[in-house]
Design a binder for this molecule. Structure first.
Ligand SMILES: [Cu+2]
Length: 270
């Protein structure tokens, strides 16, 4: 299976995984629909150029080794004009930095939990890593603590994945406050043509209160799942992606409704 096919499958799997895991997708409400909370998110600026995702730099000079540090901490971002919103981000980025490694790589990531008063973990969603390295809720990282996640990416693991916290009881909160990122595993020989630009899009939802702070969960959110007022792409509202009409494109998930993460390919500007 080529990587383009992987992208479509991965996107579908992400939808299924997120629903049970983080409670971010509401179900059918029926008669309860009338009691849904009103949107509170202030108007957000639209139409800025699409931001490429930040990247997690490889600190290792050794071939076949990816080494980096990842810290979860509060970060203030100027999403709403005139105010700053406190998100929780990895290395100061929302979405978190894109991690790119190759099949066969040894991956070492030192994770520091700098969140206020909550355990956290890093769960490598869908990736074939040993159970002891998978950031499950039984293996928490206490506030202020650092631990190393270490695993080897096996042959055949090339795909688009995501990583996110998976602590007991507060996974949903840590994700809706901003903690999530893309992990790309590439094959040693990439079947995609070299002149195609590989663009990762993170589509997320957000609800702020009228003051521009991240809104807490309502009772309805706990019962039916939280769904934000606005959709963001790479952290912005309706960003603009321009391309020439004759550019070659091939979105790997064009048949998926609103995947949490989507791989998208288009040719560079000429
Ligand atoms: Cu997950």
């Amino acid at each position: 299976m080529d990587r383009r096919s992987f992208l479509g499958l991965t996107s579908g799997a992400l939808l299924a995984g997120c629903g049970g895991d983080s409670g971010m997708h509401g179900g059918s409400m029926g008669a309860g629909m009338a009691t849904l909370p009103l949107n509170t998110t202030p108007p957000l600026p639209e139409g800025a150029p699409l931001r490429p995702l930040a990247r997690l730099a490889n600190a290792s000079a050794l071939p076949g080794v990816f080494e980096a540090a990842l810290a979860a901490a509060p970060v203030e971002l100027p999403l709403v004009p005139g105010t700053r919103t406190t998100f929780w981000g990895y290395n100061g980025s929302v979405p978190g930095p894109l991690i790119e490694a190759h099949e066969g790589d040894r991956v070492r990531i030192d994770f520091t939990n700098a969140l206020p008063g909550q355990d956290s973990t890093v769960h490598w969603h869908g990736m074939p890593v040993p159970a002891a390295q998978d950031g499950n809720p039984m293996d928490p990282v206490a506030p202020g603590a650092t631990r190393r996640y270490e695993f080897t990416l096996p042959p055949g693991s090339a795909a688009s994945y995501w990583y996110h916290p998976h602590p007991h009881q507060v996974t949903h909160e840590q994700v809706f406050r901003g903690l999530a990122g893309v992990f790309l595993v590439k094959p040693r020989i990439d079947p995609l043509p070299a002149d195609l630009l590989d663009l990762a899009l993170v589509i997320s939802d957000l609800r702020l209160d009228a003051g521009g702070r991240i809104a807490p969960n309502t009772g309805m959110d706990y019962v039916f799942g939280r769904e934000g007022d606005v959709l963001l792409v790479n952290g912005d509202r309706r960003p603009l992606l321009t391309r020439r009409q004759d550019d070659r494109t091939g979105c790997g998930c064009s048949t998926q409704p609103t995947p949490a993460i989507c791989g998208w390919h288009l040719a560079p500007q000429r």
